[in-house]
Design a protein around this ligand. Structure first.
Ligand SMILES: [Zn+2]
Length: 285
């Protein structure tokens, strides 16, 4: 698992599996830029120390058992308080595993995601089990999603007195939200704008809704410094805009030419061609 700080309140963890990104978000720490004392000593809160009123959310999740096990100590070392909430950008199994690391911590998601989880109880658990069986992975406990808390999307969410923006996404699946932290200049989009995947129409996914999501994301890109896709490297605004153009061109071609649609440059591996074939099936089905 790779860790990268994008801001003093934002750390991105990238799982060794599927390059799935987990975002650690902290709000409510007062900026204390006190000048050095006479001895040049600057008071720094001890690792794990809790600034008054600070709050942490964990967005999505890494996948491997040891990566999930490390999450509490990663937070403590960074001086982030234990999470008061877990957020999922959408209900796909590879994004809802944080309750394995923080059982009992409430899971928040878009209403579209909450209703998808209600409509397909146990689906994430079944998919996780089949991946675990395939890769011989053992988990210390079963995945419990509890009763997720539906958040207002579009809307806002308070984190330690700071404010997150929640923007609706959809088209990859039927559900989802993007999370924007304006003070930190970070936008977590879920499974859109990935530099390592082509747009995927999963079950419940829909081409028109996907294109509409890209149009909603477009104006957000210029408001932030870092865009965190569900899978793959963190992007700058310009890079994300380029991925957006390529994804849009691919999806339009997919709608018009089906299997003949060219894949985006640099995203033409055998695995992505298989994904393209699944997209064509989804459209024709
Ligand atoms: Zn995913």
């Amino acid at each position: 698992m790779r860790a990268r700080a994008l801001h003093e309140d934002v750390i991105v963890l990238t799982s060794a599996l599927l390059k799935v990104n987990c975002v650690l978000l902290r709000g409510g720490v007062e900026q204390q830029r006190e000048p050095a004392g006479p001895l040049g000593v600057i008071e720094v809160p001890a690792a794990g120390g809790r600034a008054e009123g600070a709050e942490t959310f964990v967005v999505d999740s890494p996948i491997l058992p040891e990566e999930l096990e490390m999450l509490p100590s990663v937070l403590a070392q960074a001086g982030f308080p234990a999470p008061s909430g877990l957020l999922a950008t959408h209900a796909d199994w590879d994004h809802v595993l944080a309750p394995l690391a923080f059982p009992g911590t409430p899971l928040g998601c878009a209403e579209s995601t909450a209703s998808r989880l209600r409509a397909e109880p146990g689906a994430a658990q079944r998919e996780l089990r089949s991946v675990d069986e395939e890769l011989y992975l053992d988990r210390p406990r079963p995945l419990g999603l509890g009763a997720p808390q539906a958040l207002p999307v579009p809307g806002h969410l308070e984190i330690g007195g700071r404010r997150l923006e929640l923007h609706p996404t959809g088209g990859h699946t039927v559900d989802g939200m993007a999370i924007l932290a304006p003070w930190a200049g970070v936008l977590a989009v879920g499974d859109y704008l990935s530099p390592v995947e082509i747009p995927m129409l999963n079950a419940g996914g829909e081409l028109g809704a996907y294109l509409a999501t890209l149009e909603r994301l477009r104006p957000l890109l210029g408001r932030v410094e870092h865009i965190v896709p569900g899978h793959g490297d963190v992007l700058g605004s310009q890079q994300a805009a380029e991925v957006l153009e390529e994804d849009q061109a691919y999806l339009r071609a997919l709608g018009e030419r089906g299997s003949e649609a060219p894949l985006p440059q640099g995203r033409r591996s055998a695995e992505l061609r298989k994904q393209h074939a699944r997209n064509v099936e989804r459209l024709e089905g």
